[in-house]
Ligand binder design. Structure first.
Ligand code: SF4
Length: 320
C-alpha cells in the first residue's frame, strides 16, 4: 500500500491564507463580446450549452509512449486555445450559429460526422485527444434525455424546487452519461458552480454544505507541489516527476487524498467550492505544466512546499 497522505499543517496554512486573501472570488463563466470563450448572458440555449460543455471537460493532453507529452492546444478563430478553452469556445461558436445546437434532440439527430464538425479547429482537424470517448458520451447523453422526453431545463427545475437544490442537482447528474462515470463528480460540480455563478443565476444554492471539491489534473498538480498532499514512496514520486502513466489504483489514491485535502481547505477557510476552484484554476498558469513555475511571483510562495518537479497523475479518464 502506498504512503499518500494530506499534510494537516499545510492545509491549515493554506486555509488561513485563502481566508485572508480577499481576492478569492468565484468566476462567472460569461463572455461580454462575440468571439469569446463562453456564451453571452441571457440568450436562449445557454443552459443547454453549459450542460453539454461541462460534461466534455476532460482529456486535454497527449501521450508520447508511456509519458505525458504536452497539453492540447489548437487554433480556433485565429487564436491558440488550450483544451478547456478550446472546448468551451467550440461550443460557444456552435451555439452562436444555432441556439438549439446542444438540445439533446438536436444532438441525437446529428451524424457522427456532423458532431465532429462542431469541434474542428482552423486547420480542419478535430484536435480533442479523446474524441472517440467524447462521441460515445454525446450519444449516451442525448439518448438519456430523449428516451425520457426531458431537457436539461427539466433537471434544473426539479433541483431548484428541492429543499437542497445543489444536492438534488448533483444527485440527478449522477445518473446522466457524461456526469455519471466519476464518483467524485468533478464535472457535475463544475456545472453546478457555472449555473450558480453565471449572470443568469440558473441555480440558487441554499445548501452550500452540499458542495464537493472539483478535482482535476491542475488541482492534483497544485496539491502535490504545494505539499497539501505528500507522497511518501520514493519510487512513486520518481514516476510522478518522470510524468509516467500511473495505474488506476495509484491515480485513485492521489485523487482521493487531494479531494479530502480540498474538502478540509473549504471547511477551514469557509470559502465556497467555486472560490477555491477559481484560486487553483488561476494557479495552473503560475504553476504550469510545461515551464518552470514562477515561485517568486506566486501569492502562496511563503507557505508552499515548492515541490516543483512533481506532476499530476498521468492517467486517461473521462472524469477530468
Ligand atoms: S508557483 Fe511555486 S510557490 Fe506557487 S504553487 Fe507553484 S510551486 Fe508553489
Amino acid at each position: 500500500m502506498y504512503n499518500i497522505a494530506q499534510d494537516e499543517a499545510q492545509i491549515a496554512s493554506f486555509a488561513a491564507h485563502l481566508k485572508n486573501a480577499g481576492d478569492v472570488q468565484p468566476f462567472d463563466f460569461c463572455s461580454r463580446s462575440e468571439g469569446c470563450i463562453y456564451p453571452e448572458r441571457g440568450r436562449p440555449g445557454v443552459l443547454e450549452t453549459f450542460f453539454f460543455a461541462c460534461a466534455h471537460q476532460f482529456g486535454f493532453w497527449t501521450l508520447a509512449g508511456n509519458r505525458w507529452d504536452k497539453p492540447m492546444v489548437a487554433r480556433l478563430d485565429g487564436r491558440d486555445l488550450k483544451g478547456s478553452d478550446f472546448l468551451f469556445r467550440a461550443c460557444t461558436r456552435a451555439w452562436q450559429a444555432d441556439p438549439a445546437a446542444f438540445l439533446p434532440a438536436t444532438l441525437a439527430g446529428r451524424s457522427n460526422a456532423e458532431l465532429g464538425e462542431l469541434f474542428r479547429d482552423d486547420a480542419g482537424a478535430i484536435p480533442l485527444p479523446m474524441w472517440p470517448e467524447h462521441l460515445a458520451l454525446i450519444r449516451g447523453y442525448a439518448q438519456w434525455f430523449v428516451s425520457r422526453n426531458q431537457e436539461p431545463a427539466d433537471v434544473l427545475r426539479r433541483a431548484a424546487a428541492a429543499p437542497k437544490p445543489l444536492y438534488a442537482l448533483l444527485t440527478a447528474l449522477a445518473e446522466i452519461p457524461g456526469y455519471a462515470e466519476d464518483p467524485l463528480q468533478k464535472k457535475a460540480m463544475l456545472l453546478a458552480i457555472v449555473l450558480e455563478n453565471r449572470p443568469e443565476h440558473f441555480l440558487k444554492v441554499s445548501d452550500p454544505e452540499s458542495a464537493v471539491p472539483i478535482i482535476d489534473y491542475h488541482l492534483q498538480r497544485s496539491a502535490l507541489r504545494t505539499g497539501l498532499v505528500r507522497v511518501g514512496d520514493p519510487a512513486l514520486r520518481n514516476r510522478l516527476e518522470a510524468r509516467e502513466i500511473l495505474s488506476q489504483a495509484e491515480e485513485e489514491l492521489i485523487r482521493a487524498a487531494t479531494y479530502e485535502a480540498i474538502e478540509k481547505l473549504m471547511a477551514r477557510s469557509g470559502l465556497s467550492a467555486a472560490a477555491v476552484d477559481w484560486f487553483f484554476f488561476q494557479n495552473r498558469t503560475r504553476c504550469p505544466e510545461t515551464t518552470e513555475p514562477d515561485c517568486p511571483a506566486c501569492p502562496v510562495r511563503a507557505i508552499c512546499a515548492r515541490k516543483t518537479r512533481l506532476f499530476q497523475p498521468v492517467f486517461r479518464t473521462t472524469a477530468y
